[in-house]
Design a protein around this ligand. Sequence first.
Ligand SMILES: Nc1nc2c([nH]c(=O)n2[C@H]2C[C@H](O)[C@@H](COP(=O)(O)OP(=O)(O)OP(=O)(O)O)O2)c(=O)[nH]1
Length: 132
Amino acid sequence: MKKTVKVVAGVIENEKSEILCALRSHTMSIPNTWEFPGGKVEQDENEQEALEREIYEELNCTIKAGATIHNDTHEYEKFIINLIIMDATLIKGTPVAKEHAKVIWLPIDHLNAIKWAPADIPAVEKIMKQNE
Ligand SMILES: Nc1nc2c([nH]c(=O)n2[C@H]2C[C@H](O)[C@@H](COP(=O)(O)OP(=O)(O)OP(=O)(O)O)O2)c(=O)[nH]1
């Protein structure tokens, strides 16, 4: 049976209404695809805590996790992901790619110009639709 992995990811918006997008490196799982930064929820932490921890570890900045905007499952070849995407507010610092190949800020109406991890596609469509 495939394992289900619970992953939190953040939609971080800047003052120009651009969204932070992160490129998974060739050494990561699901390589060379774009994602909302975040990661797996560990035991003994809630979803907000997990997101705030992951963003600090991966991007060296402090965020406050907000409302959940997407919560769905997607079946990959090797595992099932429960992807929970939350709004996030940058509190301190500037995001720096410590583990990703790079990070970029994209206007919402350009989000579909990059190749997203398959589990993210419905969320990207939802975010773009809400912005129309
Ligand atoms: N952070 C994040 N991960 C995502 C997204 N969409 C998506 O399919 N994923 C997948 C990629 C990874 O397989 C998993 C997140 O785990 P992780 O960020 O801790 O990745 P990792 O490279 O340490 O994981 P792994 O190699 O041990 O599998 O969820 C997303 O938007 N954000």
